[in-house]
Design a protein around this ligand. Structure first.
Ligand SMILES: CC(C)(COP(=O)(O)OP(=O)(O)OC[C@H]1O[C@@H](n2cnc3c(N)ncnc32)[C@H](O)[C@@H]1OP(=O)(O)O)[C@@H](O)C(=O)NCCC(=O)NCCS
Length: 146
């Protein structure tokens, strides 16, 4: 099925909140926080759509860096390449800003996400022990773009 990735709109918020709720190891924002991200000018909030909204990412521009704040795919649509497509679109967004690097934080317990990032060329640059509520470490990763 054809999928497209485009900027998020208010009509995507129900789907975005449902996808985030079904992703225990991802970020957890309130609906109001997602809503305020739309058109905030802080970066890029994009969704992947087929006939429905199936995934999203939030990328923030912070000086010369692009921070991947969150990325998630609806649980029953995982494992068919949509996360890779979303990450590629986020990297393209960071490149379009001429960011020197893209950074992210991920739980050491989140093996699918770690593998997705490693496969895209991200390297581990740090670790925050017992950072998350489940006491898993936060792994800091980056991808050099310059
Ligand atoms: C991480 C996530 C976005 C990946 O999305 P996805 O659509 O399932 O990923 P893809 O199908 O594009 O797979 C891309 C790569 O990710 C890795 N991957 C995906 N699912 C995996 C799994 N269950 N176990 C191990 N690796 C996995 C693999 O390296 C895979 O490449 P491969 O198929 O060549 O082996 C998805 O699992 C998700 O939404 N998780 C919940 C939210 C989350 O934790 N986000 C990260 C916040 S830091």
């Amino acid at each position: 099925m054809n999928s497209s990735i485009r900027p998020a709109r208010p009509a995507d918020l129900d789907a975005v909140c449902a996808i985030a709720q079904d992703a225990p190891l991802a970020g957890h924002w309130s609906r109001a926080q997602y809503e305020s991200e739309i058109g905030s000018g802080l970066g890029l909030f994009a969704v992947l759509e087929e006939d429905e909204t199936l995934g999203f990412f939030i990328l923030r521009r912070v000086e010369a860096e692009a921070q991947l704040v969150d990325i998630a795919v609806r649980s029953r649509d995982r494992g068919r390449g949509l996360g890779r497509d979303l990450l590629a679109a986020a990297v393209a967004g960071a490149r379009s800003w001429s960011s020197s690097k893209m950074t992210l934080e991920v739980s050491a317990a989140n093996e699918p996400a770690l593998r997705l990032y490693r496969a895209a060329g991200f390297r581990i640059v740090g670790r925050r022990p017992k950072f998350y509520n489940d006491r898993s470490d936060a792994i800091l990763m980056d991808l050099l773009l310059a």
